[in-house]
Ligand binder design. Structure first.
Ligand code: HEM
Length: 213
């Protein structure tokens, strides 16, 4: 625990923890989205994917433990940074719009992060803490996402995820030292492409779910 206290007590240490855990989430999000794309191929393809996924259970368990650990570090460090920033600047800037490179995405990172945390709890209750057979998981996905309120919640959550990831992706590479004039435009473009890909890949599922059989 000492390494964590030492790292978290410096500003660059906190930013590094956010960057490394954020990169881990981006990788998870990409893998999760590729897996979910099987839904577009119909029930049988999705069930075959879930069956393959569950056959890797020791690996999945290790990944889940890693994800929970990363989530705790990301949320705790983000909360500390948020509180420190508020203490340093309780009133906020008089001119907020794009001051010092600030964008809507960057200014709302703590709030979009909190919304994603709430969404994740709901999402795990919907699809993870249920009977873990391929058929039960398919029924849960198609049943839940056929409900109009859940459709709206899931689409809105995916928008928030895209906004968070779009800024987070750029920011993590900046922290990891890739803030070179030559590479930054490319990293910005990859961040936007990644956010749009997540938006389309996840966000269309609640819209097309009624046609998947
Ligand atoms: C419409 C969009 C989505 C669908 C249909 C979906 C579907 C699923 C399903 C079926 C599972 C359970 C997998 C299994 O145990 O076999 C799951 C787990 C999970 N999802 Fe999603 N998901 C969506 C969006 C998201 C988003 C946007 C995030 C991140 C912000 C996310 C994060 C997770 C996490 C962390 C787990 C637990 C992983 C594990 O325990 O191995 N999901 N999702």
């Amino acid at each position: 625990m000492n390494w964590f206290i030492d790292t978290i007590s410096t500003s660059i240490g906190k930013k590094l923890l956010m960057a490394v855990t954020g990169l881990g989430f981006c990788m998870f999000l990409l893998i999760h989205m590729i897996g979910n794309l099987t839904l577009y191929g119909g029930k049988d393809l999705f069930m075959a994917y879930v069956e393959h996924l569950h056959a890797l259970s020791p690996l999945i368990l290790a990944a889940e433990i890693g994800l929970v650990f990363f989530a705790c570090v990301h949320v705790a460090t983000g909360l500390i940074l948020f509180l420190e920033n508020r203490r340093a600047r309780p009133v906020g800037y008089a001119v907020k719009k794009n001051a010092g490179g600030r964008t809507f995405g960057s200014a709302t990172m703590p709030y979009t992060g909190f919304i994603i945390l709430c969404f994740l709890i709901l999402h795990l209750i919907n699809f993870r803490f249920i009977e873990q057979t391929p058929d039960a998981i398919f029924q849960a996905v198609s049943g839940t996402l056929s409900d109009v309120s859940f459709k709206i919640i899931y689409i809105a959550a995916v928008f928030v995820v895209a906004l968070h990831v779009r800024h987070g992706f750029w920011s993590l590479f900046q922290t990891l030292g890739a803030n070179h004039l030559k590479y930054m435009p490319m990293i910005q473009a990859i961040g936007i492409a990644f956010a749009l890909l997540a938006l389309a890949g996840f966000g269309l599922i609640p819209i097309v779910i009624g046609f998947i059989a």
